[in-house]
Design a protein around this ligand. Structure first.
Ligand code: IYR
Length: 222
């Protein structure tokens, strides 16, 4: 069969209804086990797991397929230490001054504070940068579109891929995060979006007893 220039046939697995429902149920049961972990073990995780998860993230849809993301995977103890020190300085400001009473009240059930030991303990920090511009063929700047949406989707896929591979994660956003451009030598056209802390949970870690809203509360069908 002839194809339009630049197009290829779609590879698509057509499932019967029973299989569809079974898969959707199984995926939900699996994904709802993901919890944000704040106590990491320093035990290693194979680097290939991280590489494959980043590839999954990079397969996300993006505005005009500009793929407006960059992933800095930090394994070096020295770089992790620098990031921890800079992040804790911002967090001390946040908890002592910047955060409103309302915000601190909302965080109280999580028991967080300015101490971020996990930034050094976990084997990987995956720092995601959002690129407002991409480099064109001749090195010229090309504007990217829907960057926040695109990077958000990619980050969600990264979290899902890591969870599926048995890696615990924490989404961490010290604010402001500009120090990450300096430490990781990224251009100012890139905005630090999130730190995904990845590794294995420390033994006997506990997580907040929180629950998720039921379907009726988060969705309606028209
Ligand atoms: N960045 C701070 C505060 C914080 C904010 C939210 I919203 C959270 O869900 C969790 C923490 C910190 O990491 O402690």
């Amino acid at each position: 069969m002839a194809h339009a220039e630049g197009f290829i046939p779609l590879e698509f697995e057509r499932l019967d209804d029973t299989t569809m429902v079974a898969r959707a149920r199984a995926f939900y049961q699996h994904m709802k086990q993901r919890r944000s972990v704040r106590d990491f073990s320093s035990n290693p995780v194979p680097r290939e797991v991280i590489e494959q998860a980043v590839l999954t993230a990079g397969s996300a849809p993006s505005g005009a397929n500009m793929q407006p993301w960059h992933f800095c995977v930090v394994e070096s103890a020295a770089v992790k230490k620098e990031i921890r020190q800079a992040a804790e300085a911002e967090e001390r400001e946040f908890y002592a001054r910047r955060a409103s009473e309302e915000w601190l009240d909302a965080l109280a059930p999580l028991g967080t504070d300015a101490q971020k030991p996990f930034l050094e303990t976990a084997p990987y920090l995956i720092v995601i940068f959002l690129k407002k511009f991409s480099e064109g063929e001749q090195g010229e700047q090309r504007k990217n579109y829907y960057t926040a949406e695109s990077v958000g989707i990619a980050t969600g896929m990264l979290l899902a891929a890591l969870h599926d591979a048995g890696v615990a994660t924490l989404t961490h956003t010290p604010s402001p995060m500009k120090f990450l451009n300096t430490i990781l030598k990224r251009p100012t056209s890139e905005r630090p979006y999130m730190i995904v802390v990845a590794g294995l949970p420390a033994e006997n870690t506990e997580v907040p007893a929180i629950d998720k809203k039921p379907l009726e509360e988060i969705a309606e069908f028209f």
